[in-house]
Design a binder for this molecule. Structure first.
Ligand code: ARG
Length: 390
């Protein structure tokens, strides 16, 4: 017994060292986030070629209808996450059901940096989130009526009329939507990036000022590499609890007419402040459930509802947590590929658009019995604030 102990200690130390080396000091966690840094970009140049994104692999996410096939796919997703985190961090509590948005500590537990010689220079600029002000929340000059309005049941957006939307791509293939919240920060859904291992972070790009995903329509589009992905530490890929992530770009983007940030809600005031309001969802997701993605940006107007009402639709199926919210309209919804993108509300005509939600999940798309489910941005203002610094 006495002899075994030092052995165990030595073994653990060796395991720790090995684990640390394998991540090069670029995966770490804070009390509310898991942060994955990109490897040096120049080591491995992207081809820069963009594939036509007409087939989108995210069908294995929660939203794809039948739960039996989902379970398998989600297991895959969970396994990938676990292996990623286990190798470098020790156990990560993915299934903790406490919302941590009230925590104020930002202590960084850096597990890995001491054992590696790689020094990553991080010229990122600290910036505060953009709260309602004249420079954020630009939307279309004219708001389309419900009738004018795919996504599911929507219409093509006026080109560059939503300067806050971005497209997230991996190796040139579209994976999710996102929104610009500061010059180098993108808000998106955790499920969009949870299965991306550290070695592939360098393949992530964000395209700004983009309308069409077609490679031939790249004029005016700004492409930035992702330097860091920060996802909620307690994101649960089974329930989509805490489905939120922030991406840090390699450098700041200049704001212009085609690229400017969304506004975030000003306070975590009344949780149901947007219930019954109209909201606009934008994205390049599939035009019908199980259909093809849209090449051009689509928009659709839906109506937000209370969580009580939403929970009644999902009763016996899925839990609608307080930090989620739902919206629906007959024949209209977000769908696969819209994830990570914004749900926007305009408190009064002409006022800046505020990002109230992040497209997260739903059973099928535009099914009368299942509303679309969004992350409630107002519930994560502290998380966003803290993780914009790191
Ligand atoms: N999870 C989907 C994605 O990865 C978004 C689905 C939203 N579904 C819905 N019915 N509103 O793109």
């Amino acid at each position: 017994m006495i002899l075994v102990r030092p052995l165990v200690v030595a073994f653990l130390a060796a395991a720790l060292l090995l684990g640390s080396e394998s991540v090069n000091g670029r995966i770490y966690q804070t009390d509310d986030a898991i942060i994955v840094e990109a490897e040096d970009h120049d080591r491995d140049k992207n081809s820069g070629e963009f594939k036509i994104p007409f087939w989108f692999e995210s069908n294995y996410f929660k939203t794809n209808g039948s739960s039996s096939s989902n379970d398998v796919e989600q297991t895959t997703q969970t396994t990938q996450t676990t292996s990623l985190t286990n190798s470098s961090l020790g156990l990560v509590d993915l299934f903790d059901s406490n919302v941590t948005t009230t925590t104020t500590s930002t202590t960084t537990t850096t597990v890995t940096t001491t054992t590696t010689t790689t020094t990553t220079t991080m010229p990122f600029v600290e910036e505060e989130p953009v709260f309602p002000e004249s420079s954020c929340g630009v939307g279309p000059a004219k708001t389309l009526t419900m009738e004018e309005q795919r996504i599911v049941g929507g219409t093509e957006a006026v080109k560059n009329s939503w300067p806050g939307i971005v497209a997230l791509k991996k190796n040139g293939t579209f994976i999710c939507g996102g929104s610009l919240i500061a010059r180098n920060k993108i808000l998106t859904a955790a499920h969009c990036v949870v299965a991306i291992p550290q070695r592939e972070v360098k393949l992530l790009t964000v395209e700004l000022g983009i309308h069409s995903l077609l490679p031939s329509k790249k004029a005016g589009v700004i492409t930035k590499k992702v330097r860091r992905m920060t996802r909620h530490r307690r994101f649960n890929p089974r329930t989509f609890f805490n489905d939120i992530a922030i991406l840090t770009l390699e450098s700041n983007v200049d704001y212009k007419s085609t690229i400017s940030p969304v506004c975030l809600p000003s306070a975590n005031s009344n949780a149901e402040q947007y219930a019954d309001k109209d909201a606009t969802i934008i994205g390049w997701g599939t035009l019908i459930e199980g259909g093809f993605q849209s090449a051009v940006l689509q928009q659709v107007t839906v109506q937000l509802m209370t969580n009580t009402k939403c929970q009644s639709f999902y009763a016996g199926k899925d839990k609608i947590f307080d930090h989620m919210m739902c919206a629906a309209a007959p024949g209209k919804d977000s769908c696969q590929g819209d994830s990570g993108g914004p749900l926007l509300v305009q408190p009064s005509p002409g006022s800046p658009w505020i990002q109230a939600g992040i497209v997260s999940w739903g059973i099928g798309c535009a099914r009368p019995e299942y509303p679309g489910v969004f992350i409630r941005v107002a519930s994560f203002l502290n998380w966003i604030r803290r993780n914009m610094r790191s």
